[in-house]
Design a protein around this ligand. Structure first.
Ligand code: TYM
Length: 337
């Protein structure tokens, strides 16, 4: 029996933060033991908003290094850069031609990002979820481990595969594409901003104090946590809708300290903020320290990183090209001689 397949990715837009790690990458690290795992650095997605060409390649390599530093193992998974596997762009075009425009116009993330871009909204930003569908569908992925904010994009990928490709160009016995399932963790799937417990931690928040990046040095982590928004009440608890910041900080503590929710809730039930914040800072620094050490080693030896990416690309290409041929055939294109 072949192992079920997993595909996921993160955009190389600036330093990854706790949300990316706890909501997505942490899950990949476990899945690579039981699943045939493919993870890419989605650099084509990163140019859907204005970007700096002088930094794109460096950020892509840095993101791949962080995958490794967080525990992805090139022996057990393929790590590659999306733009280096041309099938992603090509399948995106084929899917574009069968995806209704109004499916894209109602995507929440498009609406949110489009507001921020004003008059400068690119076609690529609207098309972002179709490229994401291509990423997933190319690998016949069974599971797509992501944070909660990607749920709607996953549903779109399923609808494109099922309704727009399989129903039109395949048959029940011979579907053209596999319909993937999202995999969203119960804990960490929605890490919130440190400055507003009602909005998610995000790379695009102009306030750097709102997020902890995986590469923040200890003093900065401590400072950001010290300044994190709280409320006047004493004692920490989960699930009080009036106290979203408390829920978020306690959730972070439960995961990062490794203590789990029950133990963290019991330990912090009567704590004041002055006692809790240093504890959270300590747990965060300790959790990130080994990741940072591995990251810096990897970035010093680019050769190893480049080898990993080359190996990953070769493995990804063979799967992606086979799926692309299947879709080309189903859509009736002439077979290359
Ligand atoms: P990106 O780079 O915005 O996010 C990468 C992953 O991190 C998760 N995430 C979070 N999880 C919990 N709390 C948060 N505050 C938080 N912020 C981000 C995201 O859900 C995501 O899993 N569109 C994708 C990238 C992508 C992709 C794909 C993912 C492109 N193609 C194919 C899976 C499969 C994204 O959100 O990137």
């Amino acid at each position: 029996m072949p192992r079920p397949r997993v595909l996921s990715g993160v955009q190389p837009t600036g330093a990854l933060h706790l949300g990316n790690w706890l909501g997505a990458i942490r899950n990949w690290v476990d899945l690579q033991n039981t699943h045939d795992t493919y993870v890419c650095v989605v650099d084509l997605h990163a140019i859907t908003v204005p970007h700096d060409p002088a930094k794109l390649a460096e950020h892509s390599l840095g993101t791949a290094a962080l995958y490794l530093a967080c525990g992805m193992d090139p022996e057990r998974c393929a790590i590659f850069i999306q733009s280096q596997v041309a099938a992603h762009s090509e399948l995106c075009w084929l899917l574009n031609c069968v995806t209704p425009l109004n499916w894209l116009e109602r995507m929440i993330q498009f609406k949110e990002k489009a507001v921020k871009q004003g008059d400068n909204v690119s076609v690529g930003l609207l098309d972002y979820p179709v490229l994401m569908a291509a990423d997933i569908l190319l690998y016949d992925a069974d599971l797509v481990p992501v944070g909660e904010d990607q749920k709607q994009h996953l549903e779109l990928a399923r609808d494109i595969a099922q309704q727009r490709i399989n129903a039109r160009f395949g048959s029940e016995d011979h579907p053209v594409l596999k319909v993937p399932q999202p995999m969203i963790l119960k804990e960490g799937a929605r890490v919130m901003s440190l400055t507003d417990g009602r909005s998610k931690m995000s790379k695009s928040d102009p306030n750097e104090g709102s997020r902890i990046t995986l590469l923040d040095p200890p003093e900065l982590i401590t400072k950001k946590i010290k300044r994190a928004k709280t409320d006047p009440e004493r004692g920490l608890e989960f699930g009080n809708p009036e106290r979203p910041e408390t829920d978020n900080l306690l959730s972070l503590y439960a995961i990062l300290s490794g203590k789990g929710r029950e133990q963290a809730a019991a330990e912090c039930a009567d704590m004041g903020w002055g006692q809790f914040k240093p504890l959270l800072a300590e747990a965060t620094v300790a959790a990130l320290e080994p990741i940072q050490a591995r990251y810096h080693l990897l970035m010093e030896d680019r050769k190893e990183l480049e080898q990993v990416l080359k190996h990953g690309r070769n493995k990804a290409e063979s799967v992606a090209n086979a799926t692309l041929s299947r879709v080309r055939d189903a859509l009736g294109f002439a077979t290359p001689g």
